[in-house]
Design a protein around this ligand. Structure first.
Ligand code: ATP
Length: 461
């Protein structure tokens, strides 16, 4: 079931109080659509990236990683089409100067009034007509006095060197995918990979998003985890289906609830695409894109061949056939997945003593800390530190020596630590500890020697 106790405000507050996520440039009143990860958030994020890499690179028989430069030759963005068409339809309120995405205000209005529209298929003039016909007002000042719609390019520009002219113009990459495309033959040659094979990358991307972000759902700087699978054209739809399944299974294995995930085919396909869909998650603000899967045909490599003048053809060593492979792209925002992970994990439970505990039910593999070590009394702190040191060699752990044991459990529950190890006087005499499970709150006794393998078994992913 969807998590119906959670609002975005509640989550933002929880993240701020516990150290998952803080407002970017907080002491300067923030910078719209930027956020900073705190001590717990950075662990969660690193763990999500590791789990993704394990699944899509380490456990793939034929996928390889790259870490391409964020700044690329501007011709890359001409070839990809970003310089000309990576834009959103913007509309300004003449009264209060609020800038909005025209497609967003139409969608919101249509959802509210149960009107069925496919906004992706509307031209700018159709959108203007819809806004006028339905007298859609500015969400900020409530007036209806809009400019015409203009396309607004989402790429951040900067310039290289000392002169700020067009020739030196470069862009912060708006997606990581082009780093995989331009390195297609470098990777193929150095790994001697045979088509079909994949190239994966995790890295920062930047988009000049001006609309409210819904916390870390939409930010101007974010990380993408992208995987491009290069295959023969006739195998495209087979691999497209395979990646749909793999992308979905990855989420289920991370503990996502089936009821809060769904596939959504794109209403309007890009002219080069053979198929495209998103996996949507039921966020507190409603169903929204979590990741995309696209059959991009041979468009990307063909465009780079055309713009660079360098061949992008693959030579099949068995048949001697030369061709430009098709690409199946699977792309997921790491920050967006982290937001969905937080939403999916958040829970409030009434306890027998009448208290409410907030507990984050993370899959252990992504939990920020795997174990918290809790000595029951001061005299046991030295023994607890000894065990903590041992565990630290293997896992990210924390130690908490202050406060009642109940309070300490609550502190770990709210950051999702799956196991708490309590040290008591029996630990000194018989070298055993108590392990308390975050979700069931059940406790078992275990010899210290078995602790590491016990925790390791819980982390298999
Ligand atoms: P949206 O429709 O939400 O703007 P998109 O279709 O433009 O997303 P893609 O270009 O396909 O997104 O990017 C792939 C993934 O990157 C998305 O599925 C999403 O998880 C993530 N992503 C895209 N834009 C942002 C952003 N501004 N902030 C955070 N994550 C993003």
């Amino acid at each position: 079931m969807a998590n119906n106790i959670l609002t975005m405000d509640k989550l933002v507050n929880h993240c701020k109080q516990t150290g998952f996520v803080f407002r970017g440039s907080d002491i300067y009143d923030g910078l719209a659509n930027t956020w900073d990860y705190g001590p717990i958030g950075v662990e969660l994020k690193n763990n999500i990236k590791r789990a993704w890499w394990k699944r899509f690179v380490q456990e793939s028989d034929n996928s390889f990683g790259v870490d391409a430069a964020i700044l690329m030759n501007s011709r890359v963005w001409d070839a990809s089409g970003h310089t000309t068409s990576f834009s959103d339809p913007k509309i300004d309120c003449r009264e209060c100067k609020m800038r909005e995405r025209a497609d967003n205000i139409i969608e919101e209005y249509a959802n509210k009034h149960n009107i069925s529209v496919v906004v992706d298929k509307m031209s700018n003039s159709e959108m203007e007509a819809f806004i006028a016909e339905h007298k859609i007002n500015c969400p900020k000042c409530g007036k209806h006095n809009w400019t015409n719609i203009r396309q607004f390019n989402l790429m951040f520009e900067t310039s290289r060197g000392v002169t700020d002219d067009n020739q030196n113009k470069i862009y912060l990459r708006p997606e990581t995918a082009q780093g995989e495309f331009v390195n297609f033959l470098n990777v193929q040659r150095t790994t001697r990979a045979k088509v079909p094979f994949g190239i994966a990358q995790i890295g920062k991307a930047f988009r000049n998003e001006i609309t409210p972000g819904n916390f870390i759902f939409r930010t101007i700087e974010f990380e993408q985890m992208e995987h491009q699978w290069f295959c023969k054209g006739e195998d495209g739809s087979k691999f497209y289906d395979q990646y749909k399944k793999q992308a979905y299974d990855f989420l289920i294995d991370l503990g996502f609830n089936k009821d809060s995930l769904r596939f959504k085919d794109h209403d309007k396909l890009a002219h080069y695409a053979a198929a495209a869909c998103d996996i949507q998650y039921l966020f507190p603000m409603g169903w929204s894109e979590l990741n995309g899967i696209h059959n991009r045909t041979d468009y990307d490599l063909s465009r780079h061949q055309e713009f660079s003048g360098k061949t992008m053809q693959y030579l099949d060593p068995v048949t001697n056939e030369k061709y430009i492979p098709n690409v199946i792209e699977y792309s997921i925002g790491c920050d967006r997945l982290l937001l969905a992970t937080l939403c999916n994990a958040y829970d409030e439970q009434k306890l027998e003593n009448g208290e409410t505990r907030v507990v984050m039910h993370f899959a252990p593999v992504v939990a920020p800390y795997k174990v918290a070590v809790l000595p029951l009394q001061k005299d046991l702190n030295a023994k607890a530190r000894e065990i903590y040191k041992k565990l630290q060699k293997h896992f990210m752990c924390t130690i908490d020596e202050a406060g009642s044991i109940g309070k300490r459990y609550r502190r770990q529950d709210q950051i999702g630590t799956p196991m708490c190890v309590t040290i008591d006087f029996d630990t000194i005499s018989d070298n055993t500890v108590t392990i308390r499970d975050r979700d069931t709150m059940e406790q078992i006794r275990l010899p210290i020697d078995e602790l590491i393998s016990y925790v390791q078994n819980k982390l298999v992913f």
